[in-house]
Ligand binder design. Structure first.
Ligand code: ATP
Length: 300
């Protein structure tokens, strides 16, 4: 009996995890359709991350051959640097995130992490190296413990709780009716958006990836909860290479590099100060968002 149920139980878990990770990734990348099936090369090696430096080398990409989306993106993100992608809706920011995760292969050029072409490494090792924090964390209908532990199969109870503490959600979890064993998700206890995000942060802290892709929420609300979450995301970024798909400039102004995208090309790049100085598109976007934020504050 045991011989039969164990593998089945295992398969159930695997199925659930695969389905869930597709949900997470789908949510994060706002996929319109299933990605093309990417297969490891027979001689694919494990990705070896030294510092997590990322290079986009004249990257070209099209979802459909007749419609180029990325038209030659060259970008270097040093190990441990924080880069923010900004630009109009549809300019290609999320597509860059999807390619980094190798949801699709580039149609021209190459993407390399610490010198290794993504097409030459196993997807398993690539996915282990990249943590994705989506706009909305999707929770399993399972215990809050399971929801965090999912970040790293095999993690110990101490490690799970340490991640929850670092994500500032441990005390809240202890206050739940059954603590870490409380069922959350659609069919369990409903958590607030901020609490869900903290579970997602704990999950990613447990995974401890050298590279982070943050998909910033689009909402313009600037509540204390959001500021606290921003602070936690910032702390999580310490010592990692961070790519932020940004919608609000105020949260990414201190990035090492800001990249302004337009129609699949890089229009401008530099630090916040350099881009303001240049008086181009970024400076105009900044002036507009600052005025909007002031208006919102005045209306409060
Ligand atoms: P936003 O700020 O709205 O998230 P974005 O800058 O992230 O926008 P992308 O999501 O990268 O933009 O989309 C770039 C272009 O690619 C858009 O024109 C979009 O319609 C197109 N696109 C995105 N996903 C697909 C897909 N799966 N199939 C075909 N076209 C797609």
């Amino acid at each position: 009996m045991i011989q039969i149920t164990m593998p089945l139980g295992f398969l159930g878990t695997v199925y659930r995890e695969i389905r869930q990770s597709l949900v997470d990734m789908g949510e994060m990348f706002g996929l319109l359709s299933q990605p093309a099936e990417i297969v490891d090369r027979p001689d694919a090696a494990e990705l070896k991350v030294a510092g997590g430096a990322i290079v986009f080398d004249d990257v070209r990409f099209a979802y459909e051959p007749s419609r180029p989306i990325l038209k030659g993106i060259s970008l270097e993100v040093g190990a441990g640097q924080r880069v923010a992608l900004v630009g109009h809706s549809g300019s290609g920011k999320s597509t860059i995130g999807r390619l980094l995760f190798r949801f699709y292969d580039v149609t021209g050029g190459a993407i390399r992490i610490d010198g290794q072409d993504l097409r030459e490494v196993t997807q398993e090792s690539l996915h282990r190296a990249i943590g994705v924090v989506p706009q909305d964390t999707v929770l399993f209908n399972d215990t809050v413990y399971y929801n965090i532990a999912y970040g790293r199969p095999g993690a110990t109870r101490e490690e799970v709780e340490a991640a929850a503490r670092a994500a500032k959600i441990h005390d809240f979890i202890l206050s739940l009716p059954e603590g870490y064993e409380t069922t959350v998700g659609e069919r369990g206890l409903k958590l607030s958006g901020g609490e869900k995000q903290r579970v997602g942060i704990a999950r990613t802290l447990l995974k401890d990836p050298p590279i982070l892709v943050l998909d910033e929420a689009t909402s313009a609300l600037d509540t204390q909860t959001e500021r606290d979450i921003q602070e936690s995301l910032r702390e999580m970024g310490q010592g990692r290479t961070v790519v932020t798909i940004a919608h609000r400039l105020s949260t990414i102004a201190d990035s090492d590099l800001i990249v302004v995208m337009e129609e699949g090309r890089i229009l401008e790049r530099g630090t916040h100060e350099a881009l303001l100085e240049a008086g181009g598109r970024y400076a105009a976007m900044w002036a507009r968002q600052s005025a909007e934020e002031e208006e919102a504050l005045a209306a409060e």
